[in-house]
Write a protein that binds this ligand. Structure first.
Ligand code: URP
Ligand code: ZN
Ligand code: ZN
Ligand code: ZN
Length: 485
C-alpha cells in the first residue's frame, strides 16, 4: 500500500499544537511522530496541519422557493475542498406528504457526485404516522441522528408547536438530536404582507420582515419545548444577540443546547441590503438576514466564551438570474447565500488573525466540535491514528482577494467579493486523496462517501439519564384516608 507523509508542519487540533509528521495509508492516518518517511511527501514547513473543516449546514441542489440551489454535490464539494472543508452535512428535505426514506433516496441520487465525504440531516417538514414510524429507520438503519424543524417558511416547510413537540418527544425516545430554524413564521408572514401592502417591495424589506425578535422568540420557544421533551437541541444559523441570549441562558441552566452562527453573519452586516444596486442586495437575501455590529459582536463573543459552538455556512447558492424572480416582491427572492469555499479563510482572517479566537479554537469550531456534536468523532474532526485522513495543511501566510471569477461555486457572484483573506489551504486531503495541491484542484467526482452518525450519543445518554432521574413520580404515602366516611 502506498503511503503519503505530511512533513515538517505543526499539528493543530482542538486542544493542542505540536510539531510532528503524519503518515497516511489507505485513506487513514496510520502514524504521527517525528522523522516519518513515505512514498509521497507533502511539505508542510511553516504550515499548520489541521483536521479538515466540516460544514454542518449546506443545501446542495435544494428544491426551494420554486427553483433549485445552483451548487450541486459536485461543484459544492469542490468549493468546500478548495477552501479546506472536507465534509459537508446537507439537509434531506421531504416535500409535504413525502416519506423520509423516499426523500433520502432522492438525496442519495444527488450525492453520488460528491468529491468529499458527506452526511445528511433529516428535515421534518410535516407530521404524521409515517414520519413517526420512519424516524426510527432513519436513525437506526440509515445512521442519521439529526432532524431539522423549520419554525419559519409558513405554508411551505414550517411546522407548528404541536408538531414540534411530537417530533421532539419521538427524538428523545429514539436518541436523536432536534435542530431548529428558529424564526416565528407567523409573525414573519404578517410583517411580509404588511410591508408589501405599504409598497416596501425591495430586498431591504426582507430584513425588515425578520427582525431579531422573531428569532429570539422562536429560539427561546424551541429551547423550552426541547427541555420539556428531554431532547438535545441544535439551533442553526444563530444570527442575533436575541437568539444567542436565549441559548446562553439555557446553557447556563444546564440545558443541552448548541448554537451555530454562520460565517456570513459574523463578517457581513445589514448595510448590504441598503446598497443602491438591486442585484447586490438581493444576492445577500437569506434567512435570518444579516444584522448590525451589536449582533455580530455578540456572535463573536459567543464563540470566544463557548456559548456558541460551531461555525457553518448554510451554503444555499442561487444565481443572479434566480434572485431576480423577486423583482417587485422581495418575498419571492430565493433565500440563501454561498460561503463553502470561504468559511475557513474568512474565519481565520477575521477570527484568528485579529486575536478573537486561537488556532485551536478555530479547529474546534470548524471541525472537532461539529464531529463530536453530530457523533462522527474521531472518524472525522481529529488528527489521530485511525482517523480518516481528512486534513488541511494550512498556510497562514498565503493570501488572496475573494472574487467570483476564480471561485469553484457555480454561481456568478460571491457575497465576500473583494474581501482580502490571509490563511489558505496549501493542501487539502479527503480520505488521503490530495484534492487541493498548492492552488491546483485535483478533485475526484464520486470520491465522497456517506458518513453514518448513529443515535444515542453520549449527550443523549446523559440527558435521558438525568430526565429519568428527575421525572415526576407519584408520592409514596404512609396512609390514605378512607373515602366516603
Ligand atoms: O435563507 C436560507 N437560510 N436559506 C436556506 C434554507 C434555510 O433556511 O436554512
Ligand atoms: Zn434555515
Ligand atoms: Zn439552511
Ligand atoms: Zn473581510
Amino acid at each position: 500500500m502506498s503511503s503519503t507523509v505530511i512533513k515538517g508542519g505543526t499539528i493543530v487540533t482542538g486542544d493542542l499544537s505540536y510539531a510532528a509528521d503524519v503518515r497516511i495509508e489507505g485513506g487513514r492516518i496510520t502514524e504521527i511522530g517525528p522523522n516519518l518517511s513515505g512514498d509521497t511527501v507533502l511539505d508542510a514547513t511553516g504550515a499548520y496541519v489541521m483536521p479538515g473543516g466540516i460544514d454542518p449546514h449546506t443545501h446542495l441542489e435544494m428544491p426551494f422557493m420554486g427553483t433549485y440551489s445552483a451548487d450541486d454535490f459536485e461543484s459544492g464539494t469542490r468549493a468546500a475542498l478548495s477552501g479546506g472543508t472536507t465534509m459537508v452535512v446537507d439537509f434531506a428535505l421531504p416535500s409535504p406528504g413525502q416519506g423520509l426514506l423516499d426523500a433520502l433516496q432522492m438525496w442519495d441520487n444527488k450525492a453520488g457526485r460528491a468529491n468529499c465525504d458527506y452526511s445528511y440531516h433529516m428535515a421534518v417538514t410535516w407530521w404524521g404516522e409515517q414520519v413517526f414510524d420512519e424516524m426510527k429507520t432513519v436513525i437506526e438503519d440509515r445512521g442519521i441522528n439529526t432532524f431539522k424543524h423549520f419554525m419559519a417558511y409558513k405554508g411551505a416547510l414550517m411546522v407548528n408547536d404541536d408538531e414540534l413537540f411530537a417530533s421532539f418527544n419521538r427524538l428523545a425516545e429514539l436518541g436523536g438530536i432536534a435542530m431548529v430554524h428558529a424564526e416565528n413564521g407567523d409573525v414573519v408572514a404578517e410583517l411580509t404582507a404588511k410591508l408589501l401592502a405599504e409598497g416596501n417591495t425591495g430586498p431591504e424589506a426582507h430584513a425588515y420582515s425578520r427582525p431579531a425578535q422573531v428569532e429570539g422568540e422562536a429560539t427561546n420557544r424551541a429551547i423550552m419545548i426541547a427541555d420539556m421533551a428531554g431532547v438535545p437541541l441544535y439551533v442553526v444559523h444563530v444570527s442575533s444577540e436575541d437568539a444567542h441570549e436565549a441559548i446562553r441562558r439555557a446553557r447556563s441552566l444546564g440545558k443541552r443546547v448548541w448554537g451555530e452562527p454562520l460565517i456570513q453573519h459574523l463578517t457581513l452586516d445589514e448595510s448590504e441590503y441598503f446598497h443602491p444596486d438591486w442585484d447586490h442586495a438581493a444576492r445577500r437575501v437569506m434567512s435570518p438576514p444579516f444584522r448590525n455590529k451589536k449582533h455580530q459582536d455578540s456572535l463573536w463573543a459567543g464563540l470566544m466564551s463557548g456559548s456558541l459552538s460551531v461555525v457553518a455556512t448554510d451554503h444555499c447558492a442561487f444565481t443572479t438570474e434566480q434572485k431576480r424572480y423577486g423583482i417587485g416582491d422581495f418575498s419571492k427572492i430565493p433565500n440563501g447565500t454561498g460561503g463553502l469555499e470561504d468559511r475557513m479563510p474568512m474565519l481565520w482572517t477575521h477570527g484568528v488573525a485579529t486575536g478573537r479566537i486561537t488556532p485551536n479554537e478555530f479547529v474546534a469550531i470548524t471541525s472537532t466540535n461539529i464531529a463530536k456534536i453530530l457523533n462522527c468523532y474521531p472518524k472525522k474532526g481529529a488528527i489521530l491514528v485511525g482517523a480518516d485522513a481528512d486534513i488541511v495543511v494550512w498556510d497562514p501566510t498565503k493570501e488572496k482577494t475573494i472574487t467570483a471569477g476564480s471561485q469553484q461555486s457555480a454561481i456568478d457572484y460571491n457575497v465576500f467579493e473583494g474581501h482580502k483573506v490571509k490563511g489558505l489551504p496549501r493542501f487539502t486531503l479527503t480520505r488521503g486523496h490530495v484534492a487541493v495541491h498548492d492552488g491546483e484542484i485535483r478533485t475526484q467526482e464520486g470520491h465522497g462517501q456517506f458518513v453514518k452518525r448513529p443515535g444515542n450519543g453520549t449527550v443523549n445518554r446523559a440527558l435521558s439519564t438525568w430526565k429519568d432521574l428527575t421525572a415526576p413520580r407519584p408520592v409514596e404515602r404512609t396512609g390514605i384516608p378512607a373515602t366516603g366516611v
